[in-house]
Write a protein that binds this ligand. Structure first.
Ligand SMILES: [Zn+2]
Length: 220
């Protein structure tokens, strides 16, 4: 019996020893910025479809690919857009902006998908964000300050007809909170496209965009 037990213990030690040698993949997250680590269980991040203030959990970490790959610009504002289309993603808007507007590429810094051509709530940083380049999302501003200083976020969808999906809203709040914290941007400097000082008249990001809920979800 003693030998048998020792055999089991030895086996356990071997297994534990082997497990300790297995390299863990690096987590795709960065530093803490608000709350304790999110619970790994899905129910903790369930978002209700109600437009009322929801249980969006301010995540304490953001994916590494959200970070710019160049030194940060001195961003002072965040400007929210909708695509005005039912479908799309960063690559599709990139093609449109090149072919129809003659731009170098997609005008936004980030695109948040609605489950059509990218994941529902998927955040796609664009080449403008990675390179910290001037945007092309807010025409008509004097000196184009909003393109120079404003981070342009586009949610896929036509919010004159529909609402952002719950996952889009959750991602938007997580992204904006992260950007607010990183660049010290107050809530008063977060605009819908149409209410951006100096912008051309537009109903972007859509008459049904839940601006009151959105602002209530952000810190000052
Ligand atoms: Zn817009």
């Amino acid at each position: 019996m003693g030998l048998y037990l020792r055999g089991i213990i030895a086996s356990i030690l071997v297994v534990v020893g082997l497990a300790g040698c297995v390299s863990e993949p690096m987590p795709e997250v960065i530093y803490d910025y608000h709350a304790p680590a999110p619970a790994p269980t899905p129910p903790a991040v369930t978002i209700t479809p109600s437009p009322a203030p929801t249980t969006v959990q301010p995540s304490n970490a953001v994916p590494r690919y959200w970070l710019p790959s160049r030194p940060d610009r001195a961003w002072t504002a965040i400007i929210i857009h909708h695509s005005g289309t039912r479908e799309g993603n960063a690559a599709i808007f990139d093609k449109w902006h090149r072919e129809e507007n003659g731009w170098e590429g997609v005008g936004y810094d980030f695109v948040i998908g609605n489950g059509t051509d990218s994941g529902d709530g998927e955040v796609e940083p664009t080449y403008r964000w990675r390179g910290q380049l001037t945007g092309a999302h807010c025409g008509g501003t004097p000196g184009n300050w909003a393109n120079e200083e404003g981070i342009g976020i586009c949610l896929v969808g036509d919010f004159n007809r529909t609402l952002p999906t719950p996952k889009q809203r959750a991602s938007l709040v997580q992204l904006v909170r992260f950007l607010q914290q990183r660049y010290r941007i107050p809530k008063s400097r977060i605009y819908g496209h149409g209410t951006t000082p100096g912008a051309h008249i537009t109903d972007c990001p859509g008459r049904r965009f839940p601006m009151a809920w959105f602002k209530a979800s952000l810190p000052n």
